[in-house]
Structures are given as C-alpha cells and as structure tokens.
Design a protein around this ligand. Sequence first.
Ligand code: ATP
Ligand code: MG
Length: 197
Amino acid sequence: MSNRRIGVMGGTFDPVHHGHLVAASEVQARFDLDEVVFVPTGQPWQKSERAVSAAEDRYLMTVIATASNPRFSVSRVDIDRPGPTYTVDTLTDLKVKYPDADLFFITGADALEQILSWRRADDVFGLAHFIGVTRPGYELVDTHLPPGAVSLVEVPAMAISSTAVRARTASGLPVWYLVPDGVVQYISKRRLYSMPD
Ligand code: ATP
Ligand code: MG
C-alpha cells in the first residue's frame, strides 16, 4: 500500500479566508492528497511588530472554516508548542504524528520568496515536498530553491488577505464572502479586529 499523502497548510490564519481554503482545495485535488492539515502558528516571529489574535481564536476560526470538508483538518502542534513557530518544528512534529506519510507543505508565492530566510531552511526540504501556489500581487518563482524540492501550482486567483479582512472589519466594511459565514459570525461575536493594526 502506498504512503498516505498529507498536505500541510501553515499560516497565521488571523483570520482564515477563502484564499487559504481555495489554495488547499486545489492542491488536495491536483496532488491527490488524502488530507490537508491546517496548522495555525504560535506567536509568529515574522509578525512580531503587530499583536496577533489569541491562538485559541485563530484555531477555532480555522476549525469553523474547515469543518465541512471531510479532507480538511486542523492541528494544534504549533499553538501548543511554546515560543515562535518554525516550519522545521511543525514538520518534525507532524512526522511523529504521521510516521508513514509523505508530507506536502503548501505555501503561497509571498511566503515562498521568504523560504530561504527560514530557520534551518536546508532541513525543511528533507521533511516535506514543497508546493508553491500562485497569489495575486506576487510572482511565483523557485529561483535559489533546491532543484526538485518545490512544485509550482496555479490556483484560482483570490485577491484576499487577512490584513485586508482585519482592516475592513476595523473600518466597518463587510467581510461576507471573503471569509466563510461562520468566521464572519465568530469575528463579530468575539469583537475581533475592532481596532486598526
Ligand atoms: P496576513 O495578511 O496577516 O499576512 P495572509 O492573508 O497572508 O495574512 P497567512 O496566514 O499569512 O495569510 O498565510 C498563510 C499561507 O497562505 C501563506 O503561505 C500564504 O502565502 C498563503 N495565502 C494567503 N492568502 C492567499 C491567497 N489569497 N492566495 C493564495 N495563497 C494565499
Ligand atoms: Mg501573510
């Protein structure tokens, strides 16, 4: 029997939006993945200039957004590990949880550009195959990345960012249809993003 194929979608998910969900769904289908695990980060080191919402809120919004898809799940490995999140630790923990699986780390064009600045960048390529997905406003390139380590995939263009969802909420503009309905309601219930970043 062949190995299980598990996609890993890391992100701050503050909040999760339809750009994340479309990218994960497209890669799931194109790479015939058994499952895509969304992994909300702990306190992210690249965003330390801004207060990121509580991990529990980001986790719950991700659960709400993915609950209806039988191939999507959410992992707590990063939010339960103290300190900032490094992808090498995420993948190492998931390898323990899924010892016989092949891991596919899904990342948008903007994050792929930064990959070489990651802690122990060389190690991460041994733990997972990387899949770079297109994102409006960013160029998808794999220059400087190890040959064969990364696949580039075009996904339906969703010009949505969590930053824009937060800004729209802070200024009273709607976020319906940018994020799943349950996430709109969760943002309102918990009064998230009422202040500008
Ligand atoms: P922020 O604006 O706070 O940075 P974001 O929208 O970039 O939020 P992240 O949680 O930072 O969302 O992104 C998680 C992953 O999803 C990253 O790999 C990112 O490149 C990818 N991603 C985010 N939005 C899109 C999108 N609209 N299309 C494709 N990929 C996306
Ligand atoms: Mg981002």
